[in-house]
Design a binder for this molecule. Structure first.
Ligand code: ACO
Length: 336
């Protein structure tokens, strides 16, 4: 739980999605699927797809620049950059270093963080500790993905679900009474095979066989991930709220990971939260993994759906398996 002296909150937010839209109708021409199946099973209608030239850092760069502009902070004032991603530009160097160079954030440290789709909340929570401890004042936390580059476009069970995008927030000190109230990180590595990209690492190094066996593509056991997601989104959120003496009645706005409409509805039911208090963008962007929460949050902020002092709850789940919850008392930095 945060130190009572220094409070940490969001001081700027930005997002970016590639221009190219891929609709469910267009997907019908790529794999054996239908707009009806995708809509009914996931709620997704379309997603954005990066161009062949665009890597994850290209999306992250724009989102980060927009977050800095929103916060009215110069790149050289940034102390640290954390990029949460499952689709880095390279194994190494870190995508965060590429963003650091692009921005000209000359005084910033930079590293990537891997926690499946939960990465953004893991990164937010990690970054928050530096601010709370008084070590750093301005930290860029970015979720960015080009999942279209790692999905198997012949596998209808996965390729219809994902999209590309990036979202970024600038974290820093906020006045007493605002900011991060609690963050809770969870994992269950026994589910590691339910969602993975098996090839290319030290377990299955890249080889002719790994390519022939399609091991460089995302693999998912959708049903198992679904069960885990409903559990973690609902019960995990209730548990995190309870730990700080709150209940779901205290939640003013909910930003869940945008993976599946049915998962969000099940969580909303468990939490007894009405749909108008929930950020939804998966219909237009699909599952953008680590980018989904900051992208959905940015949209809600721009639409003035979150007011000063609101209790904002963000919940995610993903590969690992991992899950996480962050509870924030919203600081309306835009109207200061
Ligand atoms: N179009 C048409 N039919 C399809 C498609 C498709 N795109 N995909 C699967 N089907 C078929 C299956 O082959 C199956 O047919 P069968 O019964 O003849 O075998 C049938 O539809 C049902 O398939 P299920 O997998 O059981 O469908 P389900 O209702 O479970 O929905 C889904 C699948 C949408 C993937 C769901 O399980 C889900 O959302 N799971 C969670 C996934 C998720 O959130 N992943 C992201 C995690 S975050 C991260 O870290 C990246």
């Amino acid at each position: 739980m945060p130190n009572k002296c220094i409070r940490v909150g969001i001081l700027g937010i930005g997002s970016y999605a590639p221009d190219k839209i891929l609709t469910n109708k267009e997907l019908e021409t790529i794999v054996d699927t239908s707009d009806q199946w995708i809509t009914e099973r996931s709620g997704i209608k379309e997603r954005r797809i990066a161009s062949p030239e665009q890597a994850t850092s290209d999306l992250a760069n724009i989102a980060a620049k927009r977050a800095l502009e929103d916060a009215n902070v110069l790149p050289e004032e940034v102390d640290l950059i954390i990029v949460a991603t499952n689709t880095p530009d390279y194994f190494f160097p870190a995508t965060a270093c590429i963003v650091q160079d692009y921005l000209g954030a000359s005084k910033a440290g930079a590293f990537d963080l891997l926690a499946g789709c939960t990465g953004f909340i893991y990164a937010l929570s990690t970054a928050a500790q530096f601010v709370i401890s008084g070590t750093y004042k301005r930290i860029l936390v970015i979720g960015a993905e080009t999942l279209s580059k790692v999905v198997d476009w012949e596998d209808r069970k996965t390729c219809v679900l994902f999209g590309d995008g990036a979202g970024a927030v600038l974290l820093g000190p906020v006045p007493e009474g605002y900011g991060l109230v609690h963050s809770k990180l969870g994992s269950d590595g026994s589910g590691k095979d339910f969602l993975s990209m098996p090839g290319g690492g030290s377990r299955i190094p890249s080889s002719k066989e790994s390519i022939e066996n399609k091991q460089h593509f995302l693999k998912m056991n959708g049903r198992e991930v679904f069960k885990f997601a409903v559990r973690s989104c609902g019960d995990g959120t209730i548990e995190a709220l309870k730990e700080v003496g709150m209940s779901s009645e205290d939640v003013d706005f909910f930003v869940p990971h945008q993976a599946n409409d049915r998962i969000i509805r099940a969580a909303a039911k468990k939490l007894n939260i009405s749909f108008d208090k929930i950020a939804i963008n998966l219909d237009r962007f699909g599952n953008t993994s680590t980018a989904s929460i900051p992208m959905a949050l940015e949209e809600a902020v721009r639409q003035n759906k979150i007011k000063d002092g609101d209790n904002l709850v963000m919940t995610a789940f993903g590969a690992g398996l991992t899950w996480a919850v962050a509870i924030l008392k919203w600081y309306d930095y835009r109207n200061r």
